[in-house]
Ligand binder design. Sequence first.
Ligand code: NFS
Length: 625
Amino acid sequence: RVPAKGVSATKGVAELIEKAEEDGVKTAWHRLLEQQPQCAFGQLGLCCRNCAMGPCRIDPFGSGPTKGVCGASADTIVARNLLRMIAAGAAAHSDHARDVVEVFKGVAEGRFQYYRLTDVEKLKSLAEALGISTEDKDEQEIARELAEVLEWEFGKPGDEPLRMLALAPKKRIKVWEKAGLIPRAIDREICECMHRTHIGVDADPVSLLLHGIRTSIADGWSGSMMATYLSDILFGTPKPIKAEANLGVLKEDYVNIIVHGHNPILSTKIVEVAMSEEMQELAKKYGARGVNVAGMCCTGNEVLMRLGVPIAGNFLMQELAVITGAVEAIIVDYQCIMPAIVDVAQCYHTKIITTEPKAHIPGAIHIEFNAEKADEIAKEIVRIAIENYPNRPRDRVHIPKHKIEVIAGFSVEAILEALGGTLEPLINALREGTIKGIVGIVGCNNPKIRHNHSHVTLAKELIKRDVLVVGTGCWSIAAAMDGLMSPKAVDLAGPGLRKVCETLNIPPCLHMGSCVDCSRILIVLGALADALGLDISDLPVAGSAPEWMSEKAVSIGTYFVASGVFTHLGVVPPVMGSQKVAKILTEDVEDIVGGKFYVEPDPVKAAETIYNVIIEKRKKLGWPL
Ligand code: NFS
């Protein structure tokens, strides 16, 4: 049994874990218990299965083998494994971006009638930033030219830098140039990760890790950045919007549909179609009062930020949503979708519907989505959910009561607007010390640590020290469910931050979007640095992924570091098998890029250290402490 009361800081989670046990259902927490003890070689990063002479393991205590069959040392193996994690993470973000580019291109060419260019201003500003003239051109024409440039980001030949790097601050580019870290093409860097880590190629941990940094820059400043920009252009740039968070957003007498995954191309359509008169009426025919759509994980963030769709939970809550017994369908695209939801769904009536050619789950219903027929397909999917309503096992339904108000939608543009159109008020507040610094908290959940506890504790510890917290992903959902994104949360902020929040009418924790929207944080940092004539590494800022688990989070953490940010990880990464690699990541890398990793599982201690780093940076700038 899982000690339900202790596993989560979020209301409603414990009661559903207890329900799972009563219903004979296993969750990630149960499966984690079954996995104990987990392999120590794997945890240390000391296991190599990159060729068939292995698998090889290095003895961390030095009494067994110190080299793999090919002669690879612990340092080589650990660095190679980390590089592959970065490659996978960058691939996930960037392949998502590629899908958005394809739809964007289709819209530009007039092929996709169900999507349109919503934020034309953003379209023009991105085009201009990339050197595409917009004069005397209509929006379709600009979009076509932009699509072509962005398509080439993935596989362009030659050694020219990525075009999207035009959005990075000049001072950063200099740092990267000096260290030979400028990425050339997204797919190329990812491909090179795989090449370098093949048997008998790169054995030097330094050169392996530097290429990891280069690959992560391609993710943050191009792949993820593109996904954010184009999603804004297609669906609108988020503005502050009120909604609700936590499983209590599910409704007893409505057809409940959850959109889960990452890409707004699918989820936005599902929301639009489900909310249509036609579908609401259809739901009534099946005995429900209507259709209710809620989000989960990062695509939940996408539709929360733009449409105010309530968010039901973050990564570790996907199975719990099914366990409520009140969800007719979970509609997924890709990433962070546990295959387990299909197993759990077998004990209830929930239909799991996969939609992506590259993400099938055995036992799910697969209905392939395509942008050309978006509305027809979305209707077919929503209909399946509605028709499933009469199958709800009424005697086994339990929706926790908890839900809470959240203000989301803080895109860079929205933040600027709250500030009155310029960064000046924020810069002044930072300079004077009303706000001591800014920390971006991002990333997943991990059942190895108490669900959402580190997310909310770190945030609370920071805002009480007058540090403005912004963030994305599962962190932002955790913060929302804890009330940290409601105006009332100013009560938890220090006096300076409180004053700023009250003047600007913003919460002390700002929801900036999904995981690809970590790129929004980069834009804010770059703009702050430029406005002050500094480099990002000089700013009193930091990053954190307190409960990370995915390879995407490794890529994000690395591009934060690459961008000059002191970056905290709350879960120990699998690198401790090599002192050398651990030292490079937590010390030496700072001399090259100005940022470094810092690992601390305790969120209170982490907050202290992060705060001290911010104070150190303020000292160097001569700003009041
Ligand atoms: Ni990002 Fe982690 Fe997944 Fe989103 Fe949540 S688990 S790395 S936060 S949903 S991508």
